[in-house]
Every structure is written in structure tokens, then in C-alpha cells.
Design a protein around this ligand. Structure first.
Ligand code: FAD
Length: 455
């Protein structure tokens, strides 16, 4: 299946990313893309006790609305009754959760929202950890228990999920042991499993290339002892249908990407210096081939969404309140689209939600993803919450583009309100974060080689 096989083409992803890196980096510094409005102080809808991180690095500097283009501000939006800023420009209309939305979109017109300059609040090490962070991650992974977790009843359902997970883990331990006895290495390619496949004896085409440093037996990051973990993930995936695996990989990829940013911009409390922390990277991500691969997986989904949006974005008016700046942003987006269109089709959304029960599964998938975006209000560190919200919205927007609309819908002239500015901003900033993670992997690989005297 393409979704599975394509993931092994790391060289293609890294090559595309090389071309995209500079473009994305420039784009997210533009006014249109760096100001993001969100409800930063929402209450956690799932549990009451919430420990707030009081470190100064957890804080977020909020922007004074006076520095925001007038057209975006709540006062102006409240007054708007007709399109402005261009022939198809539609301001950010009040939006409730629509059927096609995969995430809770913080509307630009919400009164309780604040503007944040994403450039001024980089995602990096904040020191947020312990039971609060663990509880949020647990709740997020429990959303992968389809048919078990019920909307808004997370607490009880999570318990149930945890029980299921334990059972699966016991199963896994047995499977892994049996595999070891029969000389099977699951870690050969934890992603090569197809629906209903046992994972044994997969072809070499699915194996990451030598030197790619990802999931490869010769990878400097793959400690043989860690292969068991990959085996666990692989075997766990055998229990899941394609859609559930996709869901799991998306969140695991996001988690791994966040971990990479933490390790890449780490604060060494002894020396007081910020910088990359190789040990942090190896233990959290590098030693887990499945997590590395899931980052590439998220990258593939996001690039595919941008590619599918090409036509829509070409006709879209990026209103910043300044025609020169609008044109500059448009030219930048056009360049990015051109690169994404050159990329091989690495994610095929048409393979998903087909066959009996597809519609129900899609709704369930959507509802679970929406819950994840709501769980972000439970993150006890403002900056982590900010980036958690940006990135779950970005992935949610990608899912909306891939699964809620066909090419005909994606026409900004016929359907100008399909996407709000916040969704487009979230999509590109998320792609930028994941792209940065892909680039970091290569940097950490080099650092590892240097530190271990490897050629
Ligand atoms: P955690 O990262 O908390 O992981 C918990 C467990 O999940 C691990 O023990 C492991 O079993 C499993 N796991 C880990 N990674 C994966 C993966 N990729 N796939 C599958 N399973 C996995 N901290 C910051 O310093 N800066 C931030 O910007 C930041 N943003 C955050 C955003 C969110 C939404 C959340 C929930 C937390 C954030 N944190 C942030 C906290 C950070 O993610 C960790 O929780 C924290 O650093 C403690 O890490 P840990 O090593 O205990 O493991």
C-alpha cells in the first residue's frame, strides 16, 4: 500500500525538504503567517486539577492588537458585513465546528482570543514535564482507542483504554519473544506491515536505505536493545486497521517532532547555555525507528495537503493590509507550491476510508482528532499549549483538506470560506515545524557521527 511503502523513501523526503526549508523559514516570518490568534486560556474540559508550569520559559508574550493589521482585528471583523481586501477575500467569519472540520478552530473573531507572534515564542525546551505532561500525552494516545473512548467522557474511557493497552502490551511481549525465538527481526521495518499482515518476511524495498540513519540496522541511532521497542510498535500496529495506524502515527510523529524541538533547543541548567542536546535526542527519538519514521509520515501528510491545496492557494488573497506585502507572500507561497508539486506522491489519501463502514470510521476518526485539539486546553504550560494548538490545528487542517473536500470544492472563487486564515497559518507553521525536525535529524546524525568518531 502506498501510504506504507512510500515512507521508506527518506532520500526523496530529505531532498524535497532541502528545497522547502529556506522557503518555509522565510514564509513563517511574514506578518501574515507569524501572527496567530487563539484562545490561550481555555479551561481543560476533561479534568479539573491542572498544574501550571511557572517557569519563565513556559510563558507566552501576547501581542497588542494595535500591531495587527486592522482588517484582522475583532473590532473590524465585528463591523464587516461585506467582502473586503480583494475580490475573493472573505474575512474571518464566525465559525462553529463544521462537519468537515477535524479540529476545533480558534476563530479570528473570537473575543476571548489573543494574538501571538509565533516568531517571538519559539517552540523549545521549557522544563514542562512530570505528571501533568504525562497525563496529557496519555489522554492523547488514548484517543487512538477507537470505539472505546467516547467524546467528552475521557476520564472513564481512558481507564478502559489503558486496560486494553496493557492487554495488547502483554500480547506484544509474547509476540516479540516468539519472534526472537524464530529469528524474526520486526525492527527490520516496523512500517512495512499491511492490513492483516503478520509483519514477517517483508521485502527489501520497504527497508530504509543504508546510511539514511533511520530504522536501518546500521543506523547510528538504533541501539539493538531498542529494537524491541520498535518491534512492540510494529506488533501493536498489527492490531489496527489502516486508519487507526494512520491516526497513531500522526500523533506519535507530532510527539516525536515536539521532542526534537525540545532537544534541539535545550537549556543546559548547569552551563546556562541553550543548544542541541544529543543525548536527549537519542533517548527520546533517535533510538526509536518508529518515532523517526512517524515524523516523516507527518511531513508526507502535510506536503500532500499543500499539494492538494495548490489551486486554492494560487487564487487565494493573502491580505496583510499592504498590497506589496500581499504580493510578496503570494510569490513565496507560489514557490512553495511549485516545490510541493514536484514531490513524489508520498501519501495517498484515497487509500483511506474506503469499503464498508468507511463513513462511520471517518466520523470517528474526525471526532477523535477533534478531541485531541480540545485536550490542548489541558496542557499546563502556555508555550507548549500554544504550539500544541498550532500543530494540532495544522494537522487537522491537512486532514480537512485531504478528507473533507474534493478538488472541485477547493476553489476559492466558488467557495471562498473553506479555510480561515488561522487554518492556513496553522498548516504552514506546522509544516515548517515538522520540516525543521526533518532537518534536525540530519544535524543530530552528523553530531552523533562526530562524537563517536564515525566516518
Ligand atoms: P514524554 O515526551 O512526556 O513521553 C511520555 C511517554 O510517551 C514516554 O515515556 C514514551 O513511552 C511515550 N512516547 C514518547 N515519545 C513518543 C512518540 N513519539 N511516539 C509514541 N510514544 C512516545 N516541553 C517542552 O520543554 N517544550 C515544549 O514546547 C513542549 N510542548 C509540549 C506540548 C504538548 C502538547 C505536551 C503534552 C507536552 C509538551 N512538552 C513540552 C512536554 C514534553 O513533551 C514532555 O512531556 C516532557 O519533556 C517530559 O518528557 P518525557 O521524557 O518524560 O517523555
Amino acid at each position: 500500500m502506498q501510504i506504507e511503502n512510500s515512507l521508506c523513501d527518506y532520500d526523496a523526503v530529505e531532498a524535497i525538504n532541502l528545497e522547502m526549508r529556506g522557503l518555509l523559514d522565510n514564509l513563517v516570518q511574514q506578518k501574515y503567517f507569524k501572527f496567530y490568534k487563539l484562545n490561550l486560556y481555555g479551561t481543560c474540559p476533561f479534568w479539573t486539577e491542572n498544574h501550571l508550569c511557572m517557569n519563565k520559559d513556559c510563558g507566552v508574550a501576547v501581542v497588542d492588537e494595535k500591531t495587527i493589521p486592522e482588517e484582522w482585528t475583532s473590532a473590524a471583523l465585528g463591523a464587516i458585513s461585506s467582502p473586503m481586501g480583494g475580490k475573493h477575500f472573505q474575512p474571518f467569519q464566525s465559525c462553529n465546528l463544521k462537519d468537515q472540520d477535524f479540529c476545533q478552530v480558534d476563530d479570528e473573531a473570537i473575543s476571548e482570543g489573543v494574538y501571538v507572534d509565533l516568531m517571538e515564542n519559539p517552540e523549545r525546551f521549557t522544563g514542562y514535564s512530570g505528571p501533568s505532561a504525562a497525563k496529557v500525552w496519555d489522554a492523547i494516545y488514548n484517543e487512538n482507542c477507537f470505539n472505546v473512548a467516547q467524546k467528552m467522557q475521557l476520564a472513564a474511557d481512558c481507564e478502559q483504554c489503558s486496560l486494553d493497552r496493557e492487554a495488547v502490551e502483554e500480547d506484544l511481549a509474547e509476540t516479540v519473544q516468539n519472534a526472537a525465538v524464530s529469528g524474526i527481526s520486526f525492527a527490520q521495518n516496523p512500517l512495512s506491515l499491511e492490513v492483516g499482515h503478520t509483519g514477517h518476511g517483508h521485502g527489501h524495498q520497504d527497508k530504509p536505505k543504508q546510511g539514511a540513519g533511520l530504522g536501518d540496522d546500521t543506523s547510528p541511532f538504533v541501539d539493538p536493545a531498542m529494537n524491541l521497542l520498535a518491534a512492540g510498535a510494529a506488533a501493536q500496529e498489527e492490531e489496527m486497521c489502516l486508519e487507526k495506524r494512520v491516526f497513531y502515527r500522526m500523533i506519535s510523529g507530532l510527539h516525536a517532532s515536539i521532542s526534537i524541538h525540545i532537544c534541539d533547543e535545550y537549556f543546559n541548567q548547569t552551563s546556562g547555555v541553550w543548544g542541541p542536546n544529543l543525548e536527549c535526542f537519542v533517548s527520546r527519538v533517535g533510538a526509536h525507528p518508529d518515532r523517526l519514521e512517524n515524523i516523516f509520515f507527518d511531513y508526507s501528510i502535510l506536503v500532500r495537503a499543500v499539494t492538494k491545496l495548490s489551486g486554492y492557494l494560487r487564487d487565494y488573497e493573502f491580505c496583510t493590509g499592504n498590497p506589496d506585502e500581499d504580493a510578496k507572500v503570494k510569490a513565496m507561497v507560489d514557490k512553495l507550491i511549485a516545490v510541493s508539486n514536484k514531490s513524489p506522491a508520498i501519501f495517498d489519501e484515497k487509500a483511506m476510508f474506503v469499503g464498508p463502514g468507511a463513513q462511520a470510521l471517518k466520523l470517528e476518526f474526525r471526532d477523535h482528532f477533534r478531541n485531541i485539539t480540545k485536550i490542548m486546553d489541558c496542557v499546563g504550560c502556555e508555550k507548549c499549549r500554544l504550539w500544541g494548538k498550532v500543530q494540532t490545528s495544522g494537522l487537522g487542517t491537512a486532514l480537512k483538506v485531504l478528507f473533507s473536500y474534493n478538488d472541485e470544492h477547493l476553489n476559492p472563487i466558488k467557495h471562498p470560506n473553506l479555510l480561515q486564515r488561522t487554518e492556513i497559518v496553522a498548516l504552514f507553521n506546522t509544516l515548517n515545524r515538522v520540516s525543521e525536525s526533518v532537518a534536525s535529524i540530519a544535524r543530530f546524525r552528523t553530531l552523533y557521527m562526530e562524537q563517536h568518531g564515525l566516518p
